[in-house]
Write a protein that binds this ligand. Structure first.
Ligand code: PRP
Length: 225
C-alpha cells in the first residue's frame, strides 16, 4: 500500500484509501516486555499482578499520537475544522490526547454503539446507543477509534455516517489487529498493527477495568481463563 492512491468512495462519499503504511508501527508479541513482581507498571494504578506484559509504553503511544495528528492536520484543506467523532467508550483516551496534539482547531462529537455478539467478538449487527448531537453535512468527519478488531463496527459506522452527506470521512485508528480483520475497511491513519493477544489499557477494557491505564498491556491469562 502507498499513501498516494486515489480516493475511493463509500456510498458516494469520498474517503481516503488505505495507505500511509510507513506511519503504522508493527508490534509483535516479541516486543512485549513481561511484568515481574518487582517491575509491574500496573501496580501504581491498582492492578498489581494482573498484567502479563507491557505491549506499548505510554511514551510510545504519545509519540505516535503526535505523528498521527500532524499527518491529519497536513491533509486538512477545508475552511471548517475537522469534526472528530469519538466512538465510546474505548476511544475516549485516544481522542482527548489526539485533539490536544492536533496543530489545528477541531470539534468533538461522541457516538456510542453496541454490537450484538459475544463479549469478545462482534457480529456486525450494530445498534446506536447515543447518536451525534448535530448535522455533519459538508463537514470533514474523522472517526477516531481505539482499535480495529474484526472491522465490523467501523464498516457499519462508515456506511451509516456516509448517508448523512459529510464532505469526507477519514478514520484514525490507534490500534489494529490485522489477523482478526473480517471486513477490510480503508483506514488512512493507523498507529500500530498489533498481535491478536488480549490487550487492555489506554481505553481498552476487560469487564470495564483497565481503561485508565496510560499504556497498552497484555492481560494475564489467569485474569480471564
Ligand atoms: C471496541 C472498540 C471498537 C470495536 C472494534 O468497542 O472500541 O469500537 O470494539 O471491534 P470490531 O472491529 O470487532 O468491530 P467495544 O464494543 O468493546 O465497546 P467499548 O469501546 O465501550 O469498550
Amino acid at each position: 500500500m502507498t499513501g498516494t492512491e486515489p480516493s475511493t468512495s463509500v456510498d458516494g462519499v469520498p474517503t481516503e484509501t488505505a495507505g500511509w503504511s510507513s506511519m503504522t508501527t508493527h508490534v509483535t508479541s516479541a516486543d512485549a516486555v513481561p511484568t515481574t513482581p518487582t517491575l509491574d507498571p500496573g501496580t501504581e494504578h491498582g492492578y498489581s499482578g494482573e498484567l502479563s506484559a507491557v505491549l506499548i509504553p505510554a511514551a510510545t503511544l504519545q509519540a505516535k499520537i503526535a505523528e498521527l495528528a500532524a499527518a491529519v492536520a497536513a491533509d486538512h484543506d477545508l475552511d471548517t475544522p475537522p469534526l472528530l467523532i469519538c466512538v465510546l467508550k474505548g476511544a475516549v483516551m485516544f481522542v482527548t490526547d489526539f485533539a490536544r496534539a492536533l496543530p489545528i482547531p477541531s470539534e468533538l462529537e461522541f457516538m456510542a454503539v453496541s454490537s450484538y455478539g459475544s463479549a469478545t467478538s462482534s457480529s456486525g449487527v450494530v445498534r446506536i446507543l447515543k447518536d451525534l448531537d448535530r448535522d455533519i453535512t459538508g463537514r470533514r468527519v474523522i472517526i477516531v477509534e481505539d482499535i480495529i478488531d474484526s472491522g465490523l463496527t467501523l464498516s457499519w459506522l462508515l456506511k451509516n455516517l456516509a448517508t448523512r452527506s459529510p464532505a469526507a470521512i477519514d478514520i484514525v485508528a490507534l490500534l489494529r489487529k490485522p489477523e482478526a480483520v473480517k471486513v477490510e475497511v480503508d483506514v488512512r491513519y493507523v498507529g500500530f498493527d498489533i498481535p491478536t493477544d488480549f490487550v487492555v489499557g489506554y481505553g481498552l477494557d476487560y469487564n470495564e477495568r483497565y481503561r485508565d491505564l496510560p499504556f497498552v498491556g497484555l492481560l494475564g491469562e489467569h485474569m480471564y481463563r
